[in-house]
Design a protein around this ligand. Structure first.
Ligand code: PLP
Length: 379
């Protein structure tokens, strides 16, 4: 079976992990944690970063630091991995879901502006209120779906006009840029994931960055059980045990050394798919606007025959997966307000499937996948 998106551990991972084991520094302290954080920060072009045990934990911390609280509303796209919405729920807040753009599959900013303009108002102290529910909207969580991005300068403009805090779920977008600026660096807070199938992996892990360094320090504090003294058990808040351990940070340092190569591999794989599958059957591709340079984390295409093709590929040793179920179709979120014009989310969900695109996918294996798709469409 050709895997969908497998980890690529061909660098110094074993050497660095061995060093942790030989020295006994496997847990929360050790050289690799601060090194991973510093090297990650410089890779995306910020001052500081804090590592977390996974991307979901980073999102949870990030929303909390932006002041999201019980009964607040948070705006987000309807199409994402469920962790984005769950992080909002952990705080007792609720998402308002926005449909996606049919070509980029990112949050539809026209719908967003229309909603803010027509259905919301600011109360006396400047708090944004969703009129129909009489509830406060605190933040917007944008998700860079499949490593593509929406028009981020436009989105940051909208957020500042309405006094909305902006958090980026950049779990899939490490290495993507818009106007040359890295995903994760546009908002007040940016969150990343190093789960097994992401562009780089630590097994499980995440990272939080912020426009304001003091927020990163607050995140570090909260993620480390809000400990105020290195020796005495004094804590000044209900904190979390959310930090990444040294062994995993060691893998992270080794992965980061290879990140540029991973991004070019993903882009080359996407180019090959697009040039070899263009015009085959009714195949269409996810498209970014010109300002966006996606990392092409997970190559995903559309066809009306998605279900048949999915079954055909998986039977033929090619791992293929459908796209996430839209949030408004999940039992926990089906009653959330969904702002849509024609439910593009459903159309994309019913027609999209992902193809193998591991960074170490061989040319031979990719040709095999392409051949199978040609066979399926009788091309
Ligand atoms: C992977 C992912 C997450 C969650 O990251 P974990 O490290 O698995 O917790 C969140 N949002 C999106 C969009 C993701 O793809």
């Amino acid at each position: 079976m050709i895997p969908l998106s497998a980890p690529n551990l061909s660098g110094r991972e074993l050497e660095y992990v061995s060093r942790c084991i030989q020295t006994g520094w496997i847990s929360s302290a050790g050289e690799f944690v601060p090194r991973f954080e510093a090297e990650f920060a410089s890779t995306v072009g910020v001052q500081s970063a804090v590592s977390t045990m996974n991307g979901t934990a980073a999102l949870h911390l990030g929303l909390k630091l932006l002041g999201v609280d019980r009964d607040h509303l948070v705006l987000m796209p309807n199409v994402t991995f469920v962790a984005s919405a769950n992080a909002i729920s952990y705080l007792g807040a609720e998402p308002i879901l926005f449909d996606i753009d049919p070509t980029s599959w990112q949050m539809d900013l026209d719908l967003l502006e229309e909603f803010l303009d027509r259905e919301c108002h600011c109360d006396d102290d400047g708090t944004l209120i969703y009129a129909a529910a009489g509830r406060r909207i605190t933040a917007l969580m944008v998700v860079h779906v499949q490593g593509h991005m929406c028009d981020m300068p436009r989105l940051t403009g909208i957020c500042s006009r309405y006094g909305l805090k902006l958090i980026e779920d950049a779990a899939e977008a490490l290495g993507s840029t818009c106007d040359g600026k890295a995903a994760g660096t546009f908002g007040d807070i940016g969150c990343f994931s190093f789960n097994g199938n992401k562009i780089m992996s630590t097994g499980g892990g995440g990272m939080l960055i912020a426009r304001n360094d003091s927020l990163v320090e607050k995140a570090r504090h909260l993620a480390t059980t809000a400990k105020t003294d290195p020796m005495r058990y004094h804590h000044d808040d209900v904190g979390f045990n959310y930090r990444l351990v040294n062994v995993l940070a060691a893998i992270g340092v080794a992965q980061l050394e290879q990140l540029a190569g991973f991004v070019s591999a993903k882009r080359a794989i996407a180019n090959t798919y697009e040039s070899s599958l263009e015009g085959v059957g009714d195949i269409r591709f996810q498209k970014s606007q010109v300002e966006v340079a996606p990392n092409h984390w997970l190559f995903t295409m559309q066809t009306a025959r998605m279900e048949e093709l999915l079954e055909f590929l998986n039977k033929n040793e090619v791992m293929s997966r459908p796209f996430w179920a839209p949030m408004n179709t999940l039992p926990m979120y089906e009653n959330c307000h969904y702002v849509s014009r024609g439910d593009v989310s459903a159309t994309v969900h019913q027609s999209a499937l992902s193809l193998p695109c591991s960074t170490n996918l061989t040319r031979e294996d990719q040709n095999f996948v392409i051949q199978k798709i040609h066979n399926f469409f009788g091309a």
